[in-house]
Design a protein around this ligand. Structure first.
Ligand code: 9WN
Length: 441
């Protein structure tokens, strides 16, 4: 379906301009006043369609904050906005780590590595190829160091699967999938560092945000990391939350595929990267695939078990080509059921982040039901890869429909569409631009 989107395209660019900080883009005007890791990746994917320089700069700025061990932090703090978010550098105390980078302030965890995907798109869309190549020469070793960090430090059993150690690292902070691993953390409130949430003072109703119990656990984990001075081995020994998940690993695996393509452009030996791609795809199939419920599960390393909560992340291995054709058909049948808004159902919006028939559905709460534009965008790529064209079109059309009807919000009600979270959300604008401008390309 072709759309006349001229006016919305200008508005989307306006959202990104409004959130531009001079060398990078914040996710939203007030709720998220710093630079965020995967947000900047999505923003670069959108900017790549119409502003090569801006897209390059977005990633270059982010990678200036790369830790000496290769880790790319979840947040790069904006010195002019300190005091507006929790937790900030005083709480993270990342300078306790010998790996802390100089000249910037960051948090001490990471996020799903969408950056190689973004870099490839910047390269492919570049109007100035020579400049893009130069930029790539600088960016490539940094991307490689990031991927190497994951396989070296986050895969202790050398399985090809990377663990996360904080729900914020997943990017889907309070998805029902984390309920059981988080419940297993016993928090003694008298020992928890004092903290004050800032997110509830920004005009977003508390029922659309994570709970206080969730935040206590988020804080408990940060406190554990800083006690261990961000030493990964020590954290691995003690951390009660260690999860191998399909979203993170599928994004990394797809990132390997794209990084290898970039490496070939530069004439590099990409054997190791191709091996990572294959190994992670194989490992996801053998350790996470759950035939009966038709999706990929998370694996809880502490409980030593797979946890089968049906969220959109369970379909993400489509992105990296992990599922066999048979598995892809099973995944598709679940995506096409009432649980995730089927093609024949015009009353809902695709793709809700959590099973619409699930026990913990909360259609207005953050990652516990709403539709997110980045989830749709990632699944769109996966559906296209496997030739599920009709469904891919629906996902894309729902991205456009939601923005047309409700604006550039953070997340949307899967039944009503209604807009939730903050307005003027950067990745909603950026990924809308990506799909809107591809129609013109
Ligand atoms: C914590 C910035 C980020 C996104 C995450 C989203 C939300 C932060 C928060 O906002 O998380 O990282 O304070 O709630 O869950 O995916 O990157 O947009």
């Amino acid at each position: 379906m072709r759309h006349d989107l001229g006016d919305l395209v200008s508005k989307a660019k306006g959202v990104l301009d409004g959130n531009w900080l001079g060398a990078s883009t914040k996710p939203a005007p007030d709720l998220y006043p710093h630079q965020w890791n995967w947000d900047s990746g999505f923003i670069a994917i959108g900017s790549a369609r119409y502003n090569q320089k801006r897209a390059q700069q977005e990633l270059s700025t982010l990678f200036k904050a790369q830790w000496k061990n290769g880790m790319l932090p979840q947040i790069v703090f904006n010195p002019d906005a300190l005091g507006g978010y929790f937790p900030e550098p005083d709480f993270w105390q990342c300078d306790l780590s010998p790996n802390y980078p100089e000249g910037v302030e960051t948090s001490g965890i990471t996020m799903p590595p969408v950056h190689a995907m973004a870099a490839l798109r910047i390269f492919e869309n570049a109007s100035d190829q020579q400049e893009a190549r130069q930029w790539l020469e600088d960016m490539y070793p940094k991307l490689l160091a990031l991927h190497a960090y994951f396989y070296r430090e986050r895969d202790p059993q050398k399985e090809g699967l990377i663990y996360i150690r904080h729900p914020w690292e997943s990017g889907m902070d309070n998805a029902p999938t984390w309920d059981s691993p988080l419940k297993a953390i016993r928090v003694d409130k008298s020992k928890l560092p004092a903290y004050e949430r800032k997110d509830l003072k920004k005009g977003v109703p508390a029922e659309q945000r994570p709970s206080h119990d969730d935040y206590d656990r988020y804080v408990y984990l940060v406190d554990l990391f800083r006690r261990h001075r961000y030493d990964e081995k020590a954290i691995y020994e003690e951390c009660p939350f260690l999860i191998q998940g399909p979203l993170f690993n599928a994004i990394l695996s797809k990132g390997n595929e794209d990084l290898a393509e970039l490496g070939r452009v530069l004439g590099k030996d990409v054997g190791q990267i191709e091996e990572w791609h294959q190994q992670t795809n194989r490992a996801m199939r053998s350790k996470m695939w759950h035939e009966e419920h038709g999706a990929y599960d998370i694996f809880d390393l502490r409980a030593d078990e797979r946890i089968g909560t049906l969220i959109a992340a369970g379909f993400m291995p489509l992105l990296s080509g992990a599922p066999t054709e048979d598995e892809a058909q099973v995944l598709y049948s679940i995506l096409e059921s009432k649980a995730f808004c089927s093609l024949s159902d015009e009353r809902c919006y695709s793709i809700p982040n959590y099973n619409l028939e699930g026990d913990f559905l909360d259609a207005s709460n953050y990652w516990r039901g709403p539709v997110w534009i980045n989830t749709n965008w990632l699944l769109l790529q996966g559906l296209r890869r496997y030739g599920f064209q009709e469904k891919a079109e629906r996902v894309k059309n729902d991205m456009i429909r939601l923005v047309k009807q409700f604006g550039f919000h953070e997340y949307f009600d899967p039944f009503e569409g209604a807009a939730y979270g903050t307005d003027n959300f950067s990745w909603t604008a950026a990924l809308f631009l990506d799909v809107a401008l591809e129609e013109e390309a």
